[in-house]
Design a protein around this ligand. Structure first.
Ligand SMILES: Cc1cc2nc3c(=O)[nH]c(=O)nc-3n(C[C@H](O)[C@H](O)[C@H](O)COP(=O)(O)OP(=O)(O)OC[C@H]3O[C@@H](n4cnc5c(N)ncnc54)[C@H](O)[C@@H]3O)c2cc1C
Length: 391
């Protein structure tokens, strides 16, 4: 097997391309967007994923582009500061963990591979025949030995090879929306948070960002909407946030003008197998842990490394599944647990959470408390020993 197609040029796709190429495969990547997708939100690289980045030789570049966030501040409905928290602890980062804008990471990964890998932008797989012939929306059909689906939580490759998304999607009972807004709060490497029962608003601005990102999360039954109708999705967000005070009404005004509006349910993907015939899935396409886990990027990086390594050493898709399954399960388990702390259901629970944040620096059992916040994610992020696959 030498000739591999990857669908999707984000974190999982570019990283798989890098490692496959390094192991001597011929790699083509098809990406639906017209170019590498810039911008986005901040993501974390933790634990084993740091080793993957290190082995790719881009750790210094990643650190140079880290968000450099300093602090997270909680505000009440009237805009008074209620509690502050160190940004790393707020983000569940410990030790060498690094936070970076997804677009910055993607650009670094793309730059690392662009000269050795064939990238086809503005196209999508539409069919995969048993003999490996792949049909595309625009390009002529081509034959590949293997197709890697790295096309995200709503993967087209998965739908073609494994069937409808609803068979694998596990709804965590929340929605998330994020977009760029003007930095009217004058945030400098800072997050500002306001929580109301069942609804949380968060605005942040990272290093070198003159604008800000507004992120909203709320608990909700599944919503019916047209995935292409952005205005209708903005209406749903406005409706969900109605009555939330602080800066939220002004933020929602800005959301109306946002060109990069993101809206989705907080959903995980659970599959018994990640490969079938000539198709194998990696990253969110195979095991989306949801933004609530904070581990989607690390799962994509580690999954790409292991998949390429197992293919190179002859372990194949079975070896990939065996190595990855416990790691994936540990990280997916974070999603349902974390989401409860991100969107708090009642006023009493909110009051308690803020009280704890305020008292944290002064509590005698401070280290134990910090471990309760950052410990689970740290342990899950390290729940795999990465093999050294020879090149
Ligand atoms: C709002 C939000 C906040 C998040 N916060 C964090 C965080 O704090 N920490 C963290 O670690 N992770 C976070 N994540 C998750 C993280 O972004 C993903 O888990 C990670 O990017 C997974 O990468 P991926 O390459 O598998 O999928 P994606 O990044 O979704 O990439 C899929 C790629 O495939 C392309 N594509 C889609 N369909 C097709 C097609 N038919 N043909 C060709 N190409 C296609 C897309 O354009 C895209 O480039 C967050 C996600 C969201 C949505």
């Amino acid at each position: 097997m030498t000739n591999i197609l990857i669908s999707g040029a984000s974190i999982a796709g570019t990283t798989t391309a890098y490692w496959l190429k390094r192991h001597g495969f011929d790699v083509t990547v098809v990406e639906r967007a017209p170019a590498i997708r810039e911008g986005g939100y901040k993501v974390d690289i933790r634990g084993a994923a740091l080793q993957v980045v290190e082995r790719m030789g881009i750790m210094d570049a990643v650190r140079a582009r880290s968000t450099d966030m300093r602090i997270a501040t909680h505000y009440d409905a009237r805009g008074r500061k209620v509690a502050t928290m160190d940004a790393a602890l707020f983000g569940g980062r410990t030790g060498d963990d690094v936070e970076i804008m997804r677009g910055d990471l993607n650009e670094l990964l793309y730059d690392l591979t662009r000269h050795d890998v064939e990238y086809v932008f503005g196209d999508s797989v539409t069919g995969i025949a048993e003999d490996g012939t792949v049909a595309f929306e625009r390009s002529a059909p081509r034959r590949f030995d293997l197709v890697v689906g790295a096309d995200g939580a709503h993967s087209t490759t998965r739908r073609i090879a494994f069937g409808e998304e609803s068979r694998y999607a596990r709804d965590l009972g929340h929605y998330i929306s994020i977009c760029t807004v003007p930095n009217k709060l004058g945030l400098d490497r800072e997050e500002a948070v306001h929580a109301a029962p069942g609804r949380t608003a968060n605005v942040y601005s990272t290093r070198q960002d003159t604008s800000a990102k507004a992120l909203f999360m709320w608990s909700s039954e599944p919503l019916a909407y047209d995935h292409r109708d952005i205005d209708a999705q903005k209406d749903l967000l406005v409706k969900a946030m109605r009555g939330v005070e602080w800066e939220v009404p002004a933020l929602l005004e800005s959301v109306r003008d946002a060109a990069d509006f993101y809206f989705d349910s907080v959903t995980q993907i659970h599959m018994d197998h990640w490969s079938k015939g000539r198709v194998v899935l990696v990253g969110d396409a195979a095991y989306c842990a949801s933004p609530a886990s904070g581990q989607g990027t690390s799962l994509a990086l580690v999954g790409a490394y292991v998949l390429a390594g197992e293919l190179a050493k002859g372990g194949g898709a079975a070896g990939y599944e065996r190595e990855m399954r416990p790691f994936v399960e540990a990280n997916q388990a974070l999603g349902p647990a974390n989401v409860k702390g991100m969107v708090i259901g009642s006023r009493a629970a909110l009051w308690f959470q803020l009280k704890m944040i305020k008292l944290l620096p002064h509590l005698p059992g401070r280290d134990r408390m910090i471990d309760r916040i950052a410990g689970p994610i740290h342990r899950a992020a390290n729940a795999i020993s990465l093999r050294k696959y020879s090149e």
